[in-house]
Design a protein around this ligand. Sequence first.
Ligand SMILES: [Zn+2]
Length: 270
Amino acid sequence: MSLFFMLSRMAQVIKTQERYGCGTSATGDTWSGWDVGGRMNSIQKSLDEDIPIGNGLRLAARDVKPCVVFIDDDGGRSAMGYYPILVNKGVPMTLAIISGRLHDSPGGDTLSRSEIQQFVDIGCEVAGHSVDHVSIRDLATYAEKEAQIEPCMRALRAEGWKVENFIYPYGSFDAETKEICAKYCRSAGAVINKQSPNPRPLETYSFSRVGAWAYAKSGSTLQTYKNVVDRAIAENKMAVFMLHAWHADHNMAEFEQLIDYTGWGSQQGV
Ligand SMILES: [Zn+2]
């Protein structure tokens, strides 16, 4: 049996077993029951476990679990608006934080250390988002690019947070940026405004995000985002939404509705 045939056969088996709609499945499991969460770390962790599929073959878990991830960029003041929703739904998300803007004054333009800590305490993830929020691709040298990534990761980790992943400011990166991220981070994104979930294995250092509300592709509605969720489930993909709570176009009410649509909150409770 050729390797190609074996792999397509495995994919077929998995597809048959895992095809289900949002919140329900042929086996009675819900989506959230499949350890689908809003946190990159929990998802990456689930990727570490292979699944035996018979005949001594194992399929990497990453290939079979649909998931959805919400990432807010920049840690703006309005991001506190997520907090009661996440507590109420029992859902984690990821905050991409600019290390050069860390501060201790609640009420500023960006979240303070203790406010970010509140999110961490309910299971949210902090991701790196550079030191100064510059377009990394446009920096002249490798050293300048590295100086936006390594100290950012180090500073955020020094807060006691588990920081594994990086979000490119302005979605700006190049081959060197990816190479640097590979030294300090487990994964990095994103290419903004792609209207599709990510296939797995993930493009580890350039995974795609769907801009939702703020910086969304023109004409996008809540239904557009629901369709992305549906597609992630149908195709066992990873849907990553890029959010900017500080932006006037952000819609917190629809964000809550989108969480409900994933079926996650209803299953997890608080
Ligand atoms: Zn940003």
